[in-house]
Design a protein. Structure first.
Lengths: 214, 426
């Protein structure tokens, strides 16, 4: 299994070139794409998350690992889709209306993708109706909302209310995060979960998926 | 000391910056781009204090901060005067004011403030007021702030030129010096402590990395690319910081020749090292990438001036304080007490004799924005009790007062400081 270990290490090191070339080589050798994800990619990004949690890694390292992971995933994703393999879950993510900040949201999206989730990233300044449309189109089980500003926190509530009014609130779990957002605020606006960083967001998404399937 | 008695406000500021307990806690509201008030709240405060109806100037359109004019400064009993920046974040000079309406509010913006409304209702702003350039900032529909539009031109990672990321750093001009001297004279007439932000000493401030004031920026301008470079292109970052530092030192010499020791503090850098619960980088990275340049700047200032060195960094940054003190910073702002490891009592006990806390007065993310006036009062009084003893505290909320913050809460905040100070309220 040295190839899996090398790919695992390339993601940990944030070595984009190595991750891509290793993926190409392993595919050429006939390694199954799903195996590469479950045996290298997901454990590597879990380890990245662990190192982030215990402050061995910071934002630059997280971004580098995410890039390495994405370089590999660009090659694997089309093959996975073709084979009908199911992701750990499907997440629609965006920064809420009125808020243009996306660094935190991008980190969460990358960590979720690295955690085996399929991510539909709507970008920043996303209107509630766009979240609704994306949930309907993608069949996502989770909606992840981000806000950095105190003045845009109310847009999270507006988005959740819109999901209710569209009749699809019960189909999805809603998770929220961002600098001024708290667990208490998440409860107040009717979200299903709150995470304080990108790594914890993956654990939360897994927990929400387990809950929704129970 | 000159031997001339200072006005009480300026003496108060100087005492607290020297870690001597002043007659009362000095207050700052509006002196810098990190201790200001959103223009909508400035308008509300002017109305509350019954001041002359006038359009409020926006010197900082990026954050839409409103000017605190002398009548409002007196009403709020503030003790610090800030020399306004000559050029805005978007590169135009703050002059030739004209009205502009946003979200139903009419404000004054500089003549170079040129915007367009997009089909989705968002407003884009042009660098240096040049409509032939690509817009460099965007305010979402119904929003209250601009954010930079990242304009990342292609760059060859194997052939990076530090000069590309230095275009915005230029030798200080005669016009800049005249501007500072003119406003300094105005500031001295107020009798308040004086702070200035001369620019050029913010190393890798993520708000300036996209260079929203340049028409066609080169180099690494994408925010994620910049963060990645802190790890993967350290020698390149060093080369940028080294040249920027050399230029900043040359400028500081010229500026000091002009303004002398007539200012009390200098805002040096707004690079944020903290997040809500952690940090953007390790202490080791800070010491490797930033400490040499911060040290060079602060060392020159302390060797040649009486200015105190002001450092802004949001978030959980207590872990960097020893290094910041070693670099020569005297003042830390905004003292985000709600962030991890930023408990007021611990900060005061551990660093209170070595760092001035310019901020930390009340939480702007929660209490001031969403609390009741009584909750604001209680928090302000608690913070003053912790930070005030022995000096080393300039009252300011944690960062700028945000749009939509209730004016009643801002008044409650000010009244609580006056209550702590034993000063009658307005």
């Amino acid at each position: 299994m040295p190839e899996f270990e090398k790919l695992h290490q390339a993601v940990l090191d944030g070595d984009q070139k190595a991750a891509r070339s290793l993926t190409e080589a392993m595919l050429a050798e006939g390694v199954a794409p799903l195996d590469m994800i479950t045996k290298a990619m997901v454990p590597a990004m879990d380890e990245v998350g662990r190192r982030f949690e215990c402050e061995e890694y910071f934002v630059p390292e997280l971004l580098l690992s995410a890039r390495a992971m994405k370089a590999s995933m660009e090659l694997l994703r089309p093959l996975l889709t073709a084979s009908g393999a199911q992701p750990a879950g499907r997440v629609v993510i965006g920064t809420v209306k009125g808020d243009l900040h996306d660094i935190g949201k991008n980190l969460v999206a990358s960590m979720l993708e690295g955690g085996g989730f399929e991510v539909v990233d709507l970008g920043a300044d996303v209107a509630p109706e766009k979240f609704i449309e994306a949930v309907k189109q993608s069949g996502a089980q989770i909606v992840a909302l981000s806000a950095l500003l105190t003045v845009t926190m109310p847009s999270m509530r507006t988005t959740i209310d819109a999901l209710n009014q569209a009749g699809i609130r019960n189909q999805v779990k809603v998770m929220v995060g961002g600098a001024p957002v708290t667990s208490q605020f998440a409860t107040e606006i009717g979200a299903d979960g709150y995470s304080e960083n990108a790594s914890a967001a993956v654990q939360l998404a897994r927990k929400l998926m387990a809950g929704s399937q129970a | 000391m000159t031997g001339t008695a200072l006005q009480p406000a300026r003496q108060r500021v100087r005492d607290t910056l020297a870690h001597r307990e002043p007659d009362r806690v000095p207050i700052d509201l509006g002196s810098t781009s990190v201790t200001g008030i959103h223009v909508s709240v400035v308008m509300g405060l002017r109305e509350y204090y019954g001041l002359e109806k006038q359009l409020v100037k926006v010197y900082d359109p990026y954050q839409m901060l409103g000017a605190v004019e002398e009548d409002l400064a007196r009403a709020m009993k503030v003790d610090v005067w800030g020399i306004p920046r000559r050029r805005s974040h978007f590169g135009f000079v703050n002059e030739n004011w004209k009205p502009w309406r946003v979200n139903g509010l009419e404000v004054l913006v500089a003549g170079g403030f040129e915007v367009d409304t997009e089909p989705d209702g968002s407003i884009v702003i042009y660098p240096q007021g040049d409509r032939t350039a690509a817009p460099s900032g965007r305010m979402p529909a119904g929003g209250w702030f601009f954010d930079s539009i990242v304009r990342q031109n292609h760059f060859d990672p194997d052939h990076l030129d530090p000069a590309d990321n230095l275009e915005e750093y230029k030798p200080v001009s005669e016009e800049d010096l005249e501007w500072n001297l003119g406003w300094l004279a105005v500031g001295e007439m107020t009798g308040r402590g004086i702070i200035a932000a001369f620019g050029g000493t913010g190393f890798g401030d993520i708000a300036t990395v996209p260079a929203p004031g340049l028409k066609d920026p080169r180099g690494i301008r994408d925010i994620s690319e910049w963060y990645v470079s802190l790890r993967s292109r350290k020698s390149h970052i060093h080369a940028i910081f080294e040249r920027q530092c050399e230029l900043a030192l040359e400028n500081l010499k010229k500026i000091h020749n002009a303004v002398g020791d007539r200012i009390d503090a200098v805002y040096l850098c707004g690079t944020d090292f903290g997040t809500q619960n952690s940090a953007f980088c390790s202490v080791a990275t800070f010491r490797q990438l930033w400490l040499p340049y911060y040290s060079a700047i602060c060392k020159w200032i302390h060797a040649n001036t009486r200015w105190k060195c002001f450092k802004h960094s949001c978030g959980s940054v207590e872990r960097f304080f020893e290094s910041m003190i070693e670099a020569g910073f005297d003042i830390i702002n905004p003292v985000q007490c709600s962030a991890a490891g930023m408990e007021p009592e611990k900060l005061k006990k551990t660093y209170g004799s070595r760092l001035v806390f310019w901020g930390g007065g009340v939480d702007t993310q929660k209490t001031l924005a969403f609390g009741t006036p009584e909750q604001v009062r209680e928090e302000v009084l608690r913070r003053c009790e912790v930070f005030a003893p022995g000096g080393g505290f300039v009252f300011n909320p944690v960062h700028n007062i945000q749009a939509m913050t209730p004016v009643a809460n801002v008044v409650a905040m000010l009244n609580a400081v006056h209550e702590f100070n034993g000063v009658p309220n307005a």
